[in-house]
Design a protein around this ligand. Sequence first.
Ligand SMILES: [Zn+2]
Length: 282
Amino acid sequence: MKCTLCNSKNYKKRSGSVRDNKQLEIFECCECGLVFLSENSHINESFYEESNMHQSFDFSKWRKETLEDDTRRFSFLKNSLLNKKVLDFGSGNGGFLKLAKEVCKEVTGIELEKAVIAFYIEDKLNIENNLNNIDSKFDIITSFHVIEHIKEPLEILEKLKSLLEDNGKLIIEVPNANDALLTIYKSEAFSHFTYWSCHLYLYTSHTLNLLAKKAGLKVEFIKHIQRYPLSNHLYWLSQSKPGGHQKWGNFLDSSELTKAYENQLASIQATDTIIACFTKED
Ligand SMILES: [Zn+2]
């Protein structure tokens, strides 16, 4: 087996397991650091079309769950979205697009999940289920927590690049393979919880950068962000369970502490999330 990103044959097994498929192994390329599953043939497009990503399909609950991330992404990007034509690839429940629609010239979502269509219509959001149905170009293309699900990420980035206007920007957010809970604290419980059979690849700022360069994209910035606060990490280390921010957040987390912790993790590239902005190479 060769690393799909750098062609190295040198890879090692990562400790931990895939929470929904114990047969799979987790590997890390020793050259570039790409994290990948031992097998990825268990996932195809129809898997996502039929709501399989969710245990049950409750649209308003789903919107509530993503509201914080949708709002964070919208506030971060708001200035660059003004009067722009925006495409969100893998737009999920459309929560980000609903916010973006208020300031953008036009918004379109690409989403395989069939069950969301009715809700997009209700919110007057354009939706397509395939990039090949798109025949115009965009100022901003976003894709939040989608690229790690994709079997052929290079193909997709090349396709997204072809849909960018000349001065357009491609914004990609993915989970960070070097999350502190795995690489610094080495939480065993977390290593049996975080890996998921849908995440075929996990990227770092380095490997995301490599992938984008292969697709002929230029990096404008890669930013490390931390979605979960210190209380969540302490709870993993003490109780070996998720949800610590709900249990301990009210007395542990303050906005100063949360910001300082994020900055500290970012300085060692060990946040849980990375967001990158790419442009077309000129
Ligand atoms: Zn590699």
